[in-house]
Design a protein around this ligand. Structure first.
Ligand SMILES: NC(=O)c1ccc[n+]([C@@H]2O[C@H](COP(=O)([O-])OP(=O)(O)OC[C@H]3O[C@@H](n4cnc5c(N)ncnc54)[C@H](OP(=O)(O)O)[C@@H]3O)[C@@H](O)[C@H]2O)c1
Length: 302
């Protein structure tokens, strides 16, 4: 076994061209930990923002050498501490959260607490499983903030995106009458989730789940006294007209992740993979995602 593994990091953030592939030492799992050989790591908007230096500028990243990229992953357990009850060879998925870290999932392997990974159901491909943790948990926790719909109306902006589509599916299960706002070419997909569809909705919704980050534009669509849930932590748009404003900030929750993986395997939850691309093509992928218009997630394969 090699004594090092490859990982993508940012030393001096400045967009895709600032992403470097480096070799770092393999570490053995400590008590309670497993080492996972990563098969798939999803490229999410947050990774583009990290490579652009957005969170460095906000003071949320302060690493002495470099910052790791990538939040969610799927792969195979290749080593486990003696106190861990997870089989070598088990297929798992997980989420590493927080901005200020020198490791990430854009890597050949990762060491994480065994309690932070969920088993991937048989029949669910690892590339698809890798797209569930960040987006599915964000959607589930957003729907927690919405509460029970009891037949009220909900507009989900960015309904063709990963967080938006999962929010549509989960909010419907929680009794909301859901309409998705997306581009005209997304109508078929959004309707396939069981939602109504609009490219330019009129105001007056009981609630807006703002997965396209329209911010003030999203608030303007909520009826007086209604509810707005945003997706941009630390940047809630100002409330108005007695509208309640909340913002989701995704938290790891491995029991929930296991449920979401099951829901994805059974088709209850949408998960779209745009393409699986070798890890060393990461800068090309970041540039493609930055242009917009990508449907489904790019997944990196180390
Ligand atoms: N708070 C948290 O903890 C948390 C966690 C995860 C994600 N997020 C955030 O949630 C957002 C969504 O993430 P994602 O992974 O779902 O991104 P995504 O897959 O790129 O989806 C975003 C979707 O919104 C669409 N969109 C953007 N502006 C639009 C507009 N004006 N009208 C119609 N559609 C529009 C995009 O279409 P085009 O591609 O055509 O523009 C795209 O389909 C991101 O901002 C991400 O940073 C937050």
């Amino acid at each position: 076994m090699s004594a090092t593994f490859r990982t993508a990091v940012v030393r001096h953030p400045g967009g895709p061209q600032s992403i470097e592939m480096i070799d770092v030492p393999v570490v053995e799992p400590g008590p309670g930990q497993v080492r996972v050989e990563i098969s798939a790591a999803t490229v999410n908007p947050v990774d583009l923002a990290v490579a652009d230096g957005v969170f460095h500028q906000l003071g949320l990243i302060d690493q002495p050498h470099y910052t790791g990229l990538g939040w969610d992953f799927a792969g195979t357990v290749v080593a486990a501490a003696p106190d861990v009850d997870l089989a070598i060879g088990g297929r798992v998925a997980g989420l590493v959260s927080g901005f200020n870290r020198d490791f990430g999932t854009y890597a050949e392997q990762i060491v994480v607490p065994a309690s932070d990974v969920a088993l991937v159901p048989d029949g669910l491909e690892l590339a698809t499983a890798a797209t569930v943790a960040l987006n599915g948990l964000t959607a589930a926790q957003l729907v927690d903030l919405l509460g029970a719909g009891n037949g009220r109306t909900l507009l989900v902006t960015g309904a063709a995106g990963a967080v938006g589509a999962s929010t549509v599916a989960l909010a419907r299960e929680h009794g909301w009458r859901v309409t998705g706002l997306a581009r005209a070419e997304d109508e078929g997909f959004v309707r396939s989730l069981g939602a109504d569809f609009s490219v330019a909705p009129a105001p007056g919704w009981d609630a807006v789940a703002d997965c396209a980050m329209l911010q003030e534009g999203g608030i303007a669509l909520v009826r007086a006294g209604g509810l707005f849930v945003g997706v941009r932590p630390g940047a809630a748009p100002p409330g108005e007209r007695s509208i309640t404003v909340r913002v989701v900030e995704v938290q790891p929750d491995v029991a929930r992740l296991a449920e979401l993986l099951d829901a994805t395997a059974s088709g209850r939850l949408p998960a779209r993979v745009h393409a699986v691309v070798p890890l060393d093509q990461v800068a090309v992928v970041h540039r493609a995602v930055a242009k917009g218009g990508v449907r489904g997630k790019y997944v990196l394969r180390p």
